[in-house]
Design a protein around this ligand. Structure first.
Ligand SMILES: *Cc1c(COP(=O)(O)O)cnc(C)c1O
Length: 377
């Protein structure tokens, strides 16, 4: 570890450049070609997602969801305050009112026990964010969705290859449960394409409109399938489709998904085993019985912000990068003057006390030992 330990290192699996060279050689550079179709079909076959559309980012997939659900000014959208800005921005761009929910005490995911009291006749969508790839309590959320006729959009940015074990005992892939879901293939996620994402449409009533929004508001996809003789403007839409160069990169990653996941889970376990002795200065990640672990992230919850910042400093002195994560959105500079809801104490505690440790496929067991020594000393 002489050279230090990076926080993240994007893993290149091997065939990325070959597939990109193939795209260049065939001169089919724009979107919705063979690589895009391969990836979409592979996700559908592997996870049973109803319909997948690759996008240029998870942010774009969330924006597509807001367009698909026809979000308008006055509509209320419930999201956890402890999330990334895109979860809120996607709906704010359509004029929605954001209602921030708190996290649970034990872990950063939505506290479903406080959710029902946030619902009003104007509530249109709930956006559960599966933090660290750990499932939210989807049965509780879907019950509210049916009871109050509210859409559910899963922010599954971090949640590829992770599952929710339902009340019925069934293992459901995250991203397959809500009406819509959004994934990210940003270079910090488990499988990557630099920037990139995917919209999953589970409620097939939205399938056709999703394709139109994806294609700048036109029915060009149906035209390319030979279903119509000319295409035109059908809806408002935008440019959410990635180029084949991106999809080619992603195909190479997909072919190594199992190996990447096994490797990450092994590293996560090493952290957990080395840190699990009781320690007053931090607590370990909590994974409820209804959730699996896709090893997107290894984090600790420190006793307070001073303890967290002092871990970051101690590690940094040894050139090891560890970082805090989200900052409660309701207390951001953009939102704090607009916020008039309840205090969200758990979201604030994760803002102040959560530390993320390096975790990536090529991280070495020895690196993990050195990091854990600094933490436990
Ligand atoms: C990474 C992330 C996003 C954004 O993904 P992009 O592909 O970078 O747009 C959104 N939500 C959450 C929870 C994320 O972790």
């Amino acid at each position: 570890m002489n050279g230090g330990i990076d926080f993240n290192k994007p893993y290149i699996t091997g065939k990325e450049a070959n597939y990109i060279a193939d795209v260049i050689a065939t001169h089919k550079l724009a979107g919705n070609g063979k690589y895009t179709k391969f990836c979409q079909q592979a996700f559908q076959d592997f996870y049973g997602f109803q319909k997948c559309l690759l996008t240029t980012s998870c942010t774009d997939a969330l924006e597509m969801a807001a367009l698909l659900l026809d979000i308008r000014p006055g509509d209320e959208v419930i999201i956890p305050s402890y999330s990334f800005v895109s979860t809120a921005n996607a709906f704010l761009l359509r004029g929605a009112t954001i209602v921030f929910a708190d996290s649970m005490k034990e872990e950063p995911n939505l506290d479903c026990s406080g959710l029902e009291q946030l619902i009003t006749p104007k509530t249109k969508v709930i956006v559960p964010v599966h933090y660290a790839g750990v499932a939210c309590d989807m049965d509780a959320i879907m019950d509210l969705s049916y009871k109050y006729n509210i859409y559910v959009v899963e922010d599954a940015a971090q949640a590829i290859d992770s599952y929710y074990i339902g009340r019925d005992g069934e293992r459901k892939p995250l991203g397959s449960i809500g009406h819509l879901a959004a994934f990210s293939f940003h270079e910090t996620k488990n499988i990557i394409s630099g920037e990139g994402g995917m919209l999953v449409v589970n409620d097939l009533n939205f399938a056709q409109k999703a394709e139109i929004i994806w294609e700048k508001g036109t029915n060009r996809s149906a035209f390319f399938r030979g279903e119509i003789d000319r295409y035109g403007w059908e809806e408002i839409g935008s440019s959410y489709m990635p180029s084949e160069l991106i999809a080619a990169f992603l195909k190479a990653q997909l072919e190594h998904l199992v190996e990447i996941q096994n490797g990450r889970i092994e590293l996560w376990r090493q952290y957990f085993d080395l840190l699990k002795e009781r320690n007053v200065h931090y607590s370990l990640p909590f994974i409820p019985n209804y959730a699996t672990n896709n090893a997107h992230m290894f984090y600790l919850i420190c006793e307070n912000s001073e303890a967290r910042d002092s871990f970051i400093k101690k590690l940094s002195a040894l050139k090891i990068t560890a970082t805090s994560h989200f900052r409660s959105l309701h207390r951001s500079r953009y939102f704090e003057n607009k916020y008039n809801g309840f205090p969200l104490v758990n979201a604030d505690r994760f803002t102040d006390c959560l530390i993320r440790l390096p975790l990536y496929y090529e991280l070495q067991g020895l690196d993990i030992s050195s990091i854990c020594k600094v933490i436990t000393n």
